[in-house]
Design a protein around this ligand. Structure first.
Ligand SMILES: Cc1cc2nc3c(=O)[nH]c(=O)nc-3n(C[C@H](O)[C@H](O)[C@H](O)COP(=O)(O)O)c2cc1C
Length: 367
């Protein structure tokens, strides 16, 4: 029992540390998400009005005003309740989706469920619960998977894949064997969609193919280019144990722009672009590269600590940027944006070509 209580306290403390550290700038990668290598083509003679641009879409049967997801961040600590509530209210008023951080803390200590439960203030948006894949090779099963979604009346569950974060922290989970097979089995027994989600190291096409085969219904690429959890772990342990592993592996993984292409070309699953997405223009580029939705975590954190109005300001800015980009490429809706020509240059081009992908296909979709 004592051991169990200690474990809960450690999880709660870690969550609070993550929030505090993620407010600092050094937690971002030096490596870019790659959007500067992705160029949309300007269209000088729009043949429709700006007000005709329609950014709406559907996710898990729910209508959204724009394909934006405020990505999983928190829960489990008192401050997290405020953060999640501010995000939820803003997301509801702006018609976008939201995820919460890993609900493991509440599964271990039911008193903490209130820090995640936001349905009351966000009755109509797509709401995504969250658990780690590694928990499923450490004792979690169907009950935990179902509780994760039902306890917060979510529409879907994101299962986060974070081997980088686990392996660079001394107390991280190291038992990953069979976790994907276990989750694959469990997904046959649930009636909600399950998303595979990275947390900042990106998803390659080899992994994307495995995830589709396993039965996931969407992929959130969580690529390199934004928040680095290796760096967060480095900073978290810096004073006590000088955790150098986190610093060395800070930029490890597949940059977001590349991961979007790798996942969308190798599977038929909807792809969510995240990891260093820093506005609606990055989002528009993501959709032209093959994503269906885009999201961000850290860009919303400071605002969410303050008020739901501050979160709304950022969402509205992202929406406005997306709409302007769509107007300027001549896309009336998201389906048209997906078919627009994109020129890919620099490092992203080099990587994709090295992987056998002809980037000219993107530049000559329509004439
Ligand atoms: C404070 C904080 C806590 C996070 N906690 C989780 C989590 O519990 N589960 C998860 O799947 N991702 C978590 N993430 C990762 C984000 O959802 C996202 O994948 C990552 O931060 C990259 O996006 P960004 O560059 O926009 O921040 C967290 C991110 C932040 C900033």
């Amino acid at each position: 029992m004592k051991g169990g209580e200690d474990k809960i306290k450690i999880i709660e403390k870690r969550k609070e540390d993550h929030l505090k550290l993620c407010l600092r700038d050094e937690v971002e990668t030096d490596f870019s998400a790659g959007f500067e290598d992705v160029h949309l083509i300007h269209m000088s003679v729009p043949d429709f009005d700006f007000d005709d641009v329609d950014t709406s879409c559907n996710l898990f049967g729910k209508k959204m005003d724009a394909p934006i997801i405020i990505e999983a961040m928190t829960g489990g600590a008192e401050i997290a309740h405020k953060v999640n509530t501010n995000i939820a209210r803003a997301a509801e008023e702006c018609g976008v989706a939201m995820g919460v951080g890993s609900v493991r803390a509440a599964i271990e200590n039911k008193e903490l469920w209130y820090t995640y439960q936001v349905r009351e203030v966000a009755p109509s948006i797509p709401l995504i619960s969250n658990l780690g894949l590694v928990q499923f090779s450490n004792g979690y099963g169907l009950d935990e998977m179902v509780e994760a979604v039902e306890a917060m009346e979510a529409d879907a569950l994101a299962i986060h894949l974070n081997p980088l974060q686990e392996v660079v922290q001394p107390e991280g989970d190291r038992k990953w064997k069979n976790s994907l097979d276990m989750v694959s089995d469990l997904m046959n027994h649930v009636n909600f969609p399950v998303i595979a989600k990275e947390t900042g190291a990106g998803i390659s096409r080899e992994v994307a193919v495995k995830l589709e085969k396993a039965g996931f219904k969407a992929i959130d690429v969580g690529g390199v280019g934004g928040t680095s959890f290796a760096m967060v772990e480095h900073l978290r342990h810096d004073e006590e144990s000088k955790n150098e592993l986190g610093r060395v592996f800070k930029d490890w993984g597949v940059p977001t722009a590349i991961s979007i292409v790798e996942c969308s070309m190798s599977t038929s699953l909807p792809v969510i672009a995240s990891g260093g997405v820093r506005g609606g223009l990055d989002g528009a580029k993501s959709i032209a590269l093959g994503a269906s939705y885009f999201g961000g975590a850290r860009p919303f954190l400071k605002a969410a600590m303050e008020s739901h109005e501050k979160v709304k300001e950022i969402i509205e800015r992202w929406k406005a940027e997306l709409k302007v980009a769509m107007f300027l490429v001549g896309a009336r809706n998201l389906e048209e944006l997906k078919k627009k020509n994109v020129v890919i240059t620099g490092f992203v081009k080099e990587w994709l070509e090295a992987r056998g992908i002809n980037v000219k296909i993107f530049a000559s979709r329509e004439s």
